[in-house]
Design a binder for this molecule. Structure first.
Ligand code: AFP
Length: 337
C-alpha cells in the first residue's frame, strides 16, 4: 500500500479547497513540535525529564518537568512560523503574543502541552491537545477575549498521543484522521482516514472514585449501567480509565465507547474538571467529525460561549446513543448551570 505522509495529505486537502496554506503550515509546525515532545517523553530518566518542576501552573496544579519542556517546545516552534497572532496554553495564565521580531499570521493556537502528565513518571500514555481559531481582523494586540470563541468556530483541532506509538489525530472539519509517526523516517503517515465512532457501545470511562460526589443523574446512569444484563440497560458494560484524556478519547476513536468527567461536589465550584478551550472543545470537534457526540450534560460543548481562557466544563463524549441518554438524564433532572 502506498503510504501518504501528513504533508501530502495536507497538500491534497489544500487542492480540494478544504484548508488554506497558512492553516496547513500551522498544522505542520505543531506536528513537528510534537515530534520533539515525543523524543523528550521517550527519554525519561535518561534525559533527566522525570519528576516535578517545583512550580505550579495557573490552575494551581503542580507542574512536571515535561509539562514545562513541552510548553516551551510548542511556543518556540510556533513563534517564528508566521501563521499565528498568539498562543494560549494550560501552563500560562495569559495568552502569549508572537514576538515583534517575527511575522504574524491570523490564527490563534490553544494547547494543553502535556495532558495526563501524572502518567509520565509511571510510563503510561500522555498527549498534547490543540485547537486553532481565527484571529479577528484588524487586531493591534491580541487579548484574552479574542480567544473566547465557541468550539464551532474552531478551524482545526487535534491531539498527539505519546504511547507505544506516537499518533497524530487531526480534524479541520472534513473528517477525523489518524497519522502514525514512522520513527525511522521521522514522518507522520496516514494510518486511518475518516475514523467513525459506532453509535452504540458497552464500554465507559469514568473515575469511579468520585461516585459519592456525583449529582443524581450521573449516579442513576452509572447505577443502571452497573446492573448489567439484569438491569434496565439489558447488557453488561466494561470500564476503562487511563487518567489521560487523550488516551481515553483515542480508545473511543478506535473501538467506540464513552468518556465522562461530570460535575461533582469536588469540582462544582470550578464548573468541572476539564478545560473548555484546549481540552473539551478540540476533543468535541474530533469526536463529532467521527460521528460521535459531545455535551456538558445539557448542551453541545461546541456551542458553549466561553467566559474565561481556563474555564472548566463537565464533559460527556463518545458513542452517540449513550451520550444522548446520559444528557437526557441530566436535562430531566436539573436546569443547566
Ligand atoms: P493531569 O494532566 O493533571 O494528569 O490531568 C489529566 C486530566 O486533565 C485528563 O487528561 C484526565 O482524563 C483527567 O484529568 C483525570 O482526572 P482524575 O485524576 O481525576 O482521574
Amino acid at each position: 500500500m502506498k503510504s501518504i505522509s501528513l504533508i501530502q495529505f495536507l497538500i491534497e486537502a489544500r487542492r480540494n479547497g478544504q484548508l488554506n496554506a497558512e492553516l496547513s503550515l500551522l498544522i505542520e509546525v505543531v506536528a513537528r513540535a510534537c515530534k520533539r515532545i515525543a523524543v523528550a517523553t521517550g527519554k525519561g530518566a535518561l534525559g533527566d525529564v522525570l519528576g516535578g518542576a517545583g512550580t505550579d501552573n495557573v490552575q494551581g496544579e503542580h507542574q512536571k518537568k515535561l509539562d514545562v519542556i513541552s510548553n516551551e517546545i510548542l511556543l518556540e516552534a510556533n513563534a517564528w512560523g508566521g501563521h499565528l497572532a498568539a498562543c494560549a496554553s494550560e501552563e500560562m495564565e495569559d495568552p502569549q503574543p508572537i514576538p515583534d521580531a517575527y511575522p504574524k499570521g491570523n490564527h490563534l493556537l490553544l494547547f494543553d502541552p502535556l495532558d495526563g502528565s501524572s502518567n509520565i513518571d509511571i510510563n503510561v500514555s500522555v498527549g498534547t491537545i490543540f485547537s486553532v481559531l481565527r484571529c479577528p481582523d484588524d487586531i493591534q494586540q491580541v487579548e484574552t477575549h479574542h480567544f473566547l470563541q465557541p468550539g464551532v468556530e474552531q478551524l482545526a483541532a487535534g491531539y498527539v498521543l505519546y504511547g507505544p506509538r506516537t499518533l497524530l489525530v487531526l480534524t479541520f472539519g472534513h473528517g477525523t484522521h489518524e497519522f502514525t509517526l514512522d520513527r525511522e523516517i521521522g514522518s507522520f503517515i496516514l494510518t486511518r482516514r475518516d475514523i467513525r465512532i459506532p453509535a452504540e457501545t458497552a464500554e465507559f470511562a469514568i473515575n469511579m472514585s468520585n461516585q459519592r460526589h456525583w449529582q443524581a443523574p450521573m449516579k442513576r446512569y452509572i447505577d443502571e449501567v452497573l446492573e448489567g444484563v439484569e438491569g434496565p440497560r439489558g447488557k453488561d458494560f466494561n470500564m476503562r480509565w487511563v487518567a489521560a484524556m487523550v488516551a481515553d478519547v483515542h480508545r473511543i476513536l478506535t473501538r467506540g465507547g464513552v468518556f465522562y468527567y461530570p460535575l461533582d461536589a469536588k469540582n462544582q465550584a470550578q464548573g468541572g474538571k476539564l478545560r473548555l478551550l484546549y481540552e473539551a472543545n478540540p476533543m468535541a470537534f474530533l469526536v463529532e467529525q467521527a460521528g460521535g457526540a459531545a455535551t456538558d450534560g445539557h448542551q453541545r460543548i461546541m456551542e458553549l460561549q466561553p467566559t474565561g481562557l481556563h474555564q472548566r466544563v463537565p464533559v460527556f463524549l463518545g458513542s452517540r446513543d449513550e451520550i444522548e441518554l446520559v444528557t437526557r438524564y441530566h436535562q430531566q433532572d436539573l436546569p443547566a448551570a
